[in-house]
Design a protein. Structure first.
Length: 94
């Protein structure tokens, strides 16, 4: 007996997708609540070259929010520009 539905009834997110979503949520909370103690951890997420781009951007936004640097803010926003290649967007965050 086959226990699969065709087409699938629902899409179950993969473990990496769930972990990335949790990191994005944590970064957003850190930014909104001003949790500067998490800067080191957030910076590590930003610097993870193989990491999910959306997650890296959220972490970069949080780190940037702890400082008043307009150039860094502009770079973080560039990393969200879909017209740029994903490789360039990752490079911006390095």
């Amino acid at each position: 007996m086959n226990n699969r539905f065709d087409p699938p009834v629902l899409k179950v997110p993969s473990a990496p997708a769930v972990a990335a979503k949790r990191l994005r949520n944590a970064a957003q909370l850190a930014r909104v609540l001003g949790l500067r103690d998490l800067q080191s951890s957030l910076t590590n997420i930003v610097e993870t070259a193989g990491g999910d781009l959306e997650t890296r951007v959220e972490a970069a936004r949080a780190v940037q929010s702890f400082h008043e640097d307009r150039a860094v803010a502009a770079l973080v926003e560039c990393a969200t520009d879909d017209s740029l290649s994903e490789r360039l967007r990752h490079a911006i965050l390095m």
